[in-house]
Write a protein that binds this ligand. Sequence first.
Ligand code: F6R
Length: 364
Amino acid sequence: GKGNHRHFMMKEIAEQPAVMGETLNAFFNPKSRTITLPDLPFDWNELPKVTIVACGTSFYAGMIAKYWFEGIADLNVEVDIASEFRYRQMPLKKGGLALFISQSGETADTLAALKYAKANGQHIASIVNVEESSMGRESDFVFHTQAGPEIGVASTKAFTCQLVTLACIAIDAGVKRGVINHEEEARLCAALSEVPARAAEILDSDENIKALAEEIFEARDVLYIGRGTGYPIALEGALKLKEISYIHAEGYAAGELKHGPIALIDEMVPVIVVAPSDPYFEKTASNMQEVMARNARVIFLSDAEGIKQLGGRALGSIELPTVDPFVAPILYAIPVQILAYHVAVLKGTDVDQPRNLAKSVTVE
Ligand code: F6R
């Protein structure tokens, strides 16, 4: 059932601290502050490349993983959506790792992409949430996220559990490849182990986020911007909003604004700015100034330090806990889910069963 919640989506959002904790527990040793993955059927040092393939929200998890694998494991990573990858006839050097991310494990395009990679000599790993799945059966190795059944069509807890899993895999790869030392591993692990508690704090911002939803629910278009791992979060925020509230929304890399989308900006277009205190902060902040100079109504997602610097100029801010930038995308996923949820409730749409969408997309 939905427990105390009106919708499965909000129940599943609220479950995130617990299920991320369970997902992490499978790999994290709190005493030694290390990650231990089960024995993988390949050597991290011998991979020519990692190819990540998924659809929709799961694809955005893959985009975030690309930053992690490159940044802490020095791996070559390509990420693609399954419906393009499967038909592209991409040359794949034998012995690479192909990683498939899917809540259901049944998405037709992702499964076809998996078979293509398998036929082309890749090691096949998948991250799935449904215990028994077609992708699981076809893989050399399966990571099971512990999100539990996800009923709401819009993916929430499966996404953040995919991210926790990917973060663990990236740390393991970084250690095995000698890119990060034990001290760095311990720092990343400490940041990751804090995520469930910090996520629980974010749930307390519900009333504030609801008030901001009231400011934007009548908009026709909403833009989300971010940089680094905040960019896929901008894409994810926009996808959540459009699929459940039917408001047109787009996510952009903040640096791309001036190459086109800034032409859309006026006082009618709310802009959601994803800006944790990280090495991109100043750049994203200057993009925020640019849209404010064109009268955009900005909702600013940052931590105490970021909000102290810039929050006063925005229409509203959502304060997130101060965390290591490594784990910021996992946490910033949550307020964009909650914002989309409240906008949809205000619009009176069917939050758990949005029109034209199915939970598991088993047709092309
Ligand atoms: C969006 C959403 C979809 C799925 C996509 C892939 O909220 O849920 O975009 O992420 O259909 O589904 P899975 O992960 O089952 O392969």
